[in-house]
Design a protein around this ligand. Structure first.
Ligand code: DQA
Length: 145
């Protein structure tokens, strides 16, 4: 059975209350429960981590080394400038899918850049919170091949 860590970065603990016109009305707990409901079908063990702190996210990524098969990550705004998170993902070499709820390419110019995406298996953006399920399914499919 594959083991996957689902990481959410800064401000994503505010989902459901944060800019609902952009991010929708589902809370992070609802999103995580929906993913958990898929674990039987997908034969995967999921762990969840959210932090507003760059160093804590880096520590969580380090802990996946030799311990997890993959990572689903919504790095929030760190996507756009955190070379430290990029280096952590490069260090552990655990395959990851980057997910964004909103379409970052249709928003402000600073959101058009991801310093992580070049290392990712793939990136999902703009499909709402459904993107988390797609990211998980896509990650597992790529781990099989
Ligand atoms: C986000 C997009 C980022 O630009 C933003 O900073 C977020 C959320 C998304 O899920 O659409 O915090 O990653």
């Amino acid at each position: 059975m594959k083991k996957v860590l689902v990481v959410n970065g800064p401000n994503l603990n505010m989902l459901g209350r944060r800019e609902p016109a952009i991010y929708g009305s589902d809370s992070l707990a609802t999103i995580e429960a929906r993913l958990k409901a898929l674990t039987g079908e997908l034969d995967v063990k999921l762990e969840f981590f959210q932090s507003n702190h760059e160093g804590a996210i880096i520590d969580a990524i380090h802990a996946t080394f030799s311990n997890h098969d993959g990572i689903v990550i919504n790095p929030g705004a760190f996507t756009h400038y955190s070379y430290a998170i990029r280096d952590a993902l490069a260090a552990v070499r655990v395959p990851f899918v980057e997910i964004h709820i909103s379409n970052v390419h249709a928003r402000e110019a600073f959101r058009h850049t991801s310093v992580l995406a070049a290392l990712a298996v793939g990136q999902i953006s703009g499909l709402g919170v459904y993107g988390y399920e797609l990211a998980l399914r896509g990650l597992l499919r790529s781990l099989e091949s």
